[in-house]
Design a protein around this ligand. Sequence first.
Ligand SMILES: [Cu+2]
Length: 382
Amino acid sequence: MATHNPSTHRRPRPVETESALFAKVASLLLGLLVAVLGFFALLLWADARESRDGAAQPAAAVDAAPAIDGNVALPLESFAGIVPENAAELAKAHKPYDATLPPIPAGDLVEVQMTLKDMTVEIAPGVEYNTWAFDGHGAPGPIIHVREGQTVEMTLTNGGAIPHSIDFHAARIAPDVAFGDVRPGKSVSYRFKAEDPGVFMYHCGTKPVLAHIANGMYGAIIVQPKEGLPAVDNEYVLVGSEWYLNGDGIKEPASLDMAKARARMADWVTFNGYDNQYVTHPLTAKPGETTRFWVVAAGPTNNVNFHVVGGMLDRAWVNSDLESPPQQGVQTVVVPAGGGAVFDVKIDDEGFYPVVSHAFADVDLGQVGLLKVGNPKDSASH
Ligand SMILES: [Cu+2]
């Protein structure tokens, strides 16, 4: 370009002539032309680059998880709160997940056997979902209760269509060996000693983990401390989780919408896998009794901001650290996704006490239950 500029060929002259002036103006104009052309060339190049990147993006996403991305409903559509007309009737007919803490099996060795099954479960009144479920249980899987020092022998049989696995947060074990993928029709068995008291999550750890947890592959294991905790009157286990649907699940069962799971756009958020089930079928206590809640936030992504409306968390073992003294008189405690906590709540007065995640979008999507204390009049207030 420089050779087109006459000024570079110009020799120095003592006096500015007319032709020299002309050459100066011409060179200025040419310079401007070059700058303008250069600017447009840059724009064209940037545009071309942008469209090329845009074309590459969907292909890369499909490579990452081909089977699951096939279920995506685009644009992201919410099915939150969509239930059939007879929802109230269906909610009453639903058999709630038994939240009662089961007894600890006797002996030093606790054998746990689970078979994975692909099954359709109801997650809200009239709303069905295709889960990958532990032990034909739907979600969550069965509650496991052991005492510190007992050995757990876990046998997992994969009765599903794709590889799965089981990861216990209560175990200190090499995960590449114990938590490895089990192919359909195969089994895996491993042992771990329950050395850390608390309430822990277990879940399928097969990739993409987001999809396996979102499809219902989670549950709770309680490791009771050797010396035990203060005696209480009622003990319930609540597992928080959320569901991401690719349809409303009414005419036909919904499946996972992976794009919504990534975007954290849940349709239903639940305790023990079903919208509002302990509102219709409340947990119970008598006036003056203390109730213990063993809480796990299974996610896959949401925390549980545990709170009892009208009550106080009298004892709160935050992060289920049962080896330290509990916090006292706490209003709300965050149970992180993948974590657990233990709460004792003493209530003296009769009434319906909502048990919630105080992140209220989650209450709106179904993560609320009631603790019915005594025999209060059934009011419309809940
Ligand atoms: Cu799995």
